[in-house]
Design a protein around this ligand. Structure first.
Ligand code: NDP
Length: 419
């Protein structure tokens, strides 16, 4: 029996809410709150006839802590699931602390305005000290650790697929498969085809910021940064086939480096087709990926936000996308004194996701882990006061829940390695 407040009603939230409604014995009451209430009302109306979960909706601007506090106090949830945008992580954490409620999200904090001088000063110091220049990092949310500990509340960060399930795979490998882990390669392959020349699979602004940034990986506890898309490999993915993939900076490398300090190298690769890369380079070259506002016809516009308005809504890709995703981790290390390699991954079919919940697999592979993370918090399996990433909790019940709710794991005990 629990009451959950979900903030956000986009592609990922919609899947998470569908899945919560499939487990109405745990998610007895759920309020969907977002900036645009009509989207929440439409989803609640669609799901109400199919579930015992009691659904309500609300309007909220999650950039405004006072509005959030009023909403949380009025509804009285056991957990707030932040599935809006990373820009709202800190305001929602503040509101949860003020109201004494547990918190979770699917992506770590980054600011909407990267020209804000106060943020920029902290960012530039971090770039110099840490050696990576992505706009997002965990420091802002890890700074809340003591506050959550003192309040006896849990904050679970980054519980999607990557970050999220990939860290549970690492925790599982460390717990069951290896005595020592030397290297971790996280491979994110999207073999889906939506038929558009260019579209992003989740929020375009967040997605394009991520992939146009310099790549980086961790080697012997230190960041190594390389120009965007400068490290390319080819890999033959189970049920997808051969794909080009590129090394990216990705947020879970930072927390894995902290929580598995003995691992010598941690890398992240994502597949991209040539058409996507050509479009992205062109958009970048003409300034369309900029987050700095420009004056146009007497109005301030942010180029990347204008671009978002032009691109297909990721939620609209569902009915058009065919093919599969394959996301997982390859480990090297030792077990019982012998060298060992091991690969754990999930394969997810875009069309099957659409049939089940009306979304493509990228939203599905993020929304299902968000629901399973909520399940861990609501059933007392992952409750521990403080601020945590997924690899800090017992992976077993979480991976069992993923198997049950649509993202079953596959294992290869003799995988091809990435050089
Ligand atoms: P969408 O853009 O589809 O949805 C975002 C939702 O948040 C929309 O409903 C939007 O409202 C709402 N929102 C935005 N700003 C506010 C605000 N100020 N107040 C209230 N609501 C707001 O994004 P996605 O569903 O694609 O992504 C959701 C999250 O999941 C993102 O943080 C993304 O980074 C993360 N993600 C994580 C992945 C992982 O594997 N860990 C993978 C993919 C995504 P409106 O409808 O009015 O715009």
């Amino acid at each position: 029996m629990s009451k959950v407040l979900v903030i956000g009603c986009g592609g990922v939230a919609s899947v998470a809410i569908h899945k919560c409604c499939q487990a109405s014995e745990v998610f007895t009451e759920l309020c969907i709150a977002s900036r645009t209430k009509s989207k929440c009302d439409a989803l609640a109306a669609k799901l109400a006839p199919t579930t015992k979960t009691k659904l309500t909706t609300a309007q909220v601007d999650a950039d405004d802590v006072d509005q959030l506090i009023a909403l949380i106090k009025g509804y009285g949830p056991d957990l707030v699931m932040n599935i809006a945008l990373p820009y709202q992580d800190l305001t929602i954490m503040d509101a949860c602390l003020a109201c004494g409620v547990n918190y979770m999200d699917t992506a770590n904090y980054e600011p909407e305005n990267t020209d804000d001088p106060a943020w920029r000063a902290v960012y530039e110091k971090r770039c110099k000290e840490e050696g990576f220049s992505a706009y997002f990092d965990y420091s802002w949310q890890w700074a809340y650790k003591k506050k959550f500990e003192d309040a006896g509340l849990t904050a679970l960060l980054g519980c999607g697929f990557d970050p999220g399930v990939t860290q549970a795979y690492c925790a599982y490998a460390a717990k069951h498969e290896f005595d020592t882990i030397d290297t971790i390669d996280i491979l994110d392959c999207n073999g889906g085809d939506h038929g558009y020349a260019f579209a992003t699979n989740f929020n375009p602004e967040i997605n394009l910021r991520e992939v146009s940034a310099p790549g980086s990986y961790m080697q012997n506890g230190r960041w190594v940064e390389v120009p965007a898309m400068s490290i390319k490999r080819e890999y033959d993915f189970d049920q997808v086939g051969r794909k080009d993939m590129y090394l990216l900076h990705h947020e879970e490398i930072e927390s894995l480096g902290k929580n598995f300090p003995g691992v010598k190298r941690i890398r992240f690769f994502m597949t991209f087709g040539q058409s996507y890369l050509d479009h992205m380079r062109c958009l970048e070259d003409v300034g369309m990926l900029s987050t700095t506002p420009i004056e146009y016809n007497g109005q301030q516009i942010v180029p990347i936000q204008f671009l978002k308005a032009l691109l297909p809504d990721p939620a609209s890709l569902g009915p058009r996308t065919k093919g599969k995703t394959n996301i997982g981790c390859i480990f090297t290390g030792t077990k019982d004194g012998q060298p060992k390699t091991w690969y754990i991954y999930n394969v997810c079919d875009h069309e099957a996701c659409y049939r089940e919940v009306g979304s493509q697999a990228i939203s599905y592979t993020t929304g299902v882990p968000a629901m399973c993370g909520a399940l861990m918090l609501l059933t007392g399996k992952w409750n521990q006061p403080g601020v945590y990433t997924v690899e800090e909790f017992d992976p077993d019940p979480f991976l069992d829940a993923l198997d049950q709710y649509g993202l079953p794991r596959s294992v290869n005990a003799a995988p091809a390695l990435v050089d």
